[in-house]
Ligand binder design. Structure first.
Ligand code: XUL
Length: 524
C-alpha cells in the first residue's frame, strides 16, 4: 500500500492504470475500446454516427458496460484489487448525462447480481449524452452571452466565452427542445461525475477542474454562478450537484464493486475530473512554471496558473487545476495538418524540419514570415483558407525558408496568444508526435527563450487520475509522484541558441503587425 487506480473515461475507450506508489512503478494498464470490445453499440468512435445539425451524442450505457468490462479484466489480471487504497478518474470534458430523482437511491443500492446498465437505464431522462464534439448550440451560446451582458462577462466569470460544446449551452438546448424531459430531470452529471457516482455509490459532486468547462462555474467563488444559471435554464441550480475541490474524497467505493470484483471496503473514491486537468497532473505540470505544448492534429498549450486570469480575447479556456489553483487550455487547430500541408506543397520531408534542415536558413528567417492558418483557426479566431506569406519576392518561396517560417509562425502564435496567462514559463514540456523532431524542439526553445524537454506520454489522463488518488486519499506527495512517474526523457532537453533572443523579439513584432493587417480584430 498504497496501490492506487486511475480510470480515464475518454471519447473512444475507458482505460485504467494501477500504480504502486511505494515502488514508483506502473503495475498494470488496461483499456476497453468501444470499437473493439463493445461493437454491438455501433459507436466505434465513441459517438452515435449520423448526428444532425452538429449534434454529437454518445450512449452513457456504453460507458457503464465498459466500466464493468474494465473491472472484469482487472479482476482477472495479476492485480490484487483488494490492495487498491483509492481510485480517482478522468472524463472527456463537457459531456453531460441527464438522470431522474430516483438515480440517487438506485446508485446507493446497486445490486451486484445485475448489470449497471440494467439498473441505470430507467433513470435516464435523456437517452443520449451530448459530448464535446457537439457543435449544435450556436443560438444558445448567443442567448446566454446576451443575457449576462456579453461574452467578455461570460469569460471573466466562467473562464471561457460561451462555447458550443460546453455543458451550459447544451443544457439550455435540451431544456428548450424537450421541456417535459427537462422537468423529469433531477440531476445533471458530467461524464466525470457520472462515472464517479457509480463507483462511489452516491450521486457525487462535480469537481472544479471539469466544472469549469460548463460556462456555469464562477471561477472566483468556486460555486455555480447565479446569473449564468438563470441565463441557461429554469430551475437549474436544483438539478446540479454541488461544485467541490477536485481533491475531495467522495466516500468509500460502492459495495457493488466490493462484492462483484473484490475491491476493499475501505477503498476511497476521489472526485473525478476532466481529462485535460488530469493530463496536466499526469505530465508533471500541475505546479506553475512548466508549460506543456502538445503537438497533434491540433496543437494545445496548457499550464498551471495560480490566479484565475482569463483570456481577454476569449480564445483560451480556464479550468480548475486538480492540484489547486487554475489551468489554461489553449487549442490551435492548424497543428500537424498545417505541417503536413507545407511538407506536401513544397515537396519537403520531415528531415527538412530537423536541425540540419533548419540550419539552411538563419533564425528569424531574415524577416520572412508566415501566418500559418491553412484553414479556420480558433486561436486567434480567423476564417482563413490559406497561409499568409510576407517578405519573399514574388515566386521565390524556397522550401527551406518556408519550413522555417511555418514553425516560427506556429510557435510565435502560441507565445503571443498565451501571454495572458501571466506565467513566464521556466521550462516547456513538449509532447505529441512531432516533439521528437530536434529542429522543432529547438525552434520552440528559441522562440520562447526557455529550455524544452521532451515527454513521451501515453495515457497521461489516467496516470494523472491515479496520481490524484494517491495524493488526495493517501497523502502521497506530489513531488514523489512526479519524481516516479513524470520524468522527461533522458538527454532530451534543448536550450535556446545564443543570441537569438533579440531576433525573435523583433520578429514577434513584425508577426503581430502582419496578423492584425491580414485579420483585423473588431477593435483594431
Ligand atoms: C477540451 C475538449 C477536449 C475533450 C476531449 O475543451 O473539448 O479536449 O476534453 O476529451
Amino acid at each position: 500500500m498504497p496501490t492506487v487506480l486511475g480510470i480515464d473515461s475518454s471519447t473512444q475507450s475507458v482505460s485504467a492504470v494501477v500504480l504502486d506508489t511505494v515502488a514508483g512503478t506502473i503495475l498494470h494498464e488496461e483499456s476497453i475500446s468501444f470499437a473493439d470490445d463493445l461493437p454491438d453499440y455501433g459507436q466505434p468512435s465513441g459517438f452515435i454516427p449520423g448526428g444532425e445539425n452538429g449534434e454529437v451524442h454518445s450512449d452513457p450505457l456504453m460507458w457503464l458496460d465498459a466500466l464493468e468490462l474494465l473491472f472484469e479484466r482487472l479482476a482477472a489480471s495479476e492485480v490484487d484489487l483488494s490492495q487498491i487504497a483509492s481510485i480517482a478518474g478522468s472524463g472527456q470534458q463537457h459531456g453531460s448525462v441527464y438522470l431522474d430523482e430516483g438515480f440517487a437511491d438506485t446508485v446507493q443500492g446497486l445490486d451486484p447480481g445485475r448489470t449497471l446498465k440494467s439498473q441505470i437505464l430507467s433513470h435516464l431522462t435523456r437517452q443520449t449524452a451530448p459530448i464535446w464534439m457537439d457543435t449544435s448550440t450556436g443560438p444558445e451560446c448567443a442567448e446566454i452571452a446576451k443575457a449576462v451582458g456579453g461574452n467578455a462577462e461570460v469569460c471573466s466569470r466562467s473562464g471561457s466565452i460561451a462555447i458550443e460544446r460546453f455543458t451550459g449551452p447544451q443544457i439550455r438546448r435540451f431544456a428548450r427542445m424537450s421541456y417535459d424531459s427537462w422537468e423529469l430531470t433531477g440531476v445533471i452529471h458530467l461524464v466525470s461525475s457520472f462515472m464517479a457516482s457509480i463507483l462511489a455509490g452516491q450521486s457525487v459532486a462535480i469537481d472544479h477542474g471539469d466544472g469549469a468547462g460548463m460556462n456555469l462555474l464562477n471561477l472566483a467563488s468556486g460555486d455555480w454562478d447565479h446569473d449564468l444559471l438563470e441565463a441557461t435554464a429554469p430551475d437549474l441550480r436544483g438539478k446540479l450537484p454541488p461544485a467541490q475541490p477536485s481533491a475531495t474524497v467522495a466516500g468509500k467505493v460502492s459495495a457493488f464493486f466490493v462484492e462483484k470484483y473484490g475491491l476493499n471496503t475501505e477503498c476511497e473514491v476521489v472526485l473525478f475530473s476532466g481529462d485535460n486537468p488530469c493530463s496536466l497532473v499526469g505530465m508533471g505540470a500541475s505546479r506553475p512554471g512548466k508549460v506543456v505544448i502538445s503537438l497533434g492534429t491540433s496543437d494545445t498549450l496548457f499550464a498551471a496558473m495560480p490566479e484565475p486570469r482569463t483570456d481577454p480575447n476569449g480564445f483560451g479556456h480556464v479550468f480548475g487545476n486538480p492540484m489547486g489553483g487554475f489551468m489554461s487550455l489553449i487549442c490551435f487547430l492548424n497543428g500537424s495538418l498545417a505541417r503536413e500541408r507545407v511538407k506536401e506543397d513544397f515537396g519537403l520531408d520531415w528531415s527538412d524540419f530537423d536541425r540540419e534542415g533548419l540550419a539552411r536558413t538563419p533564425a528569424g528567417n531574415e524577416g520572412r514570415l508566415m501566418l500559418p492558418f491553412f484553414g479556420a483557426e480558433i486561436t486567434p479566431r480567423v476564417e482563413s483558407r490559406d497561409a499568409v506569406y510576407q517578405g519573399w519576392r514574388e515566386g521565390q518561396r524556397d522550401p527551406a525558408s518556408v519550413a522555417r517560417a511555418l514553425l516560427e509562425g506556429q510557435f510565435l502564435n502560441m507565445k503571443v496568444h498565451s501571454r495572458w496567462l501571466g506565467v513566464a514559463p521556466e521550462t516547456i514540456y513538449l509532447t505529441g508526435g512531432a516533439s521528437q523532431n530536434d529542429g522543432i524542439a529547438q525552434t520552440v526553445a528559441n522562440v520562447f527563450g526557455v529550455p524544452v524537454s521532451r515527454l513521451r506520454v501515453a495515457g497521461s489522463a489516467a496516470l494523472g487520475a491515479a496520481m490524484r488518488a494517491a495524493h488526495a486519499a493517501c497523502g502521497v506527495t506530489l513531488e514523489s509522484l512526479e519524481e516516479a512517474f513524470c520524468q522527461p526523457e533522458k538527454g532530451s532537453t534543448v536550450t535556446p541558441e545564443e543570441g537569438v533572443g533579440e531576433i525573435y523579439t523583433g520578429l514577434e513584432q513584425k508577426w503581430v503587425s502582419a496578423l492584425h493587417e491580414a485579420f483585423p480584430l473588431p477593435n483594431d
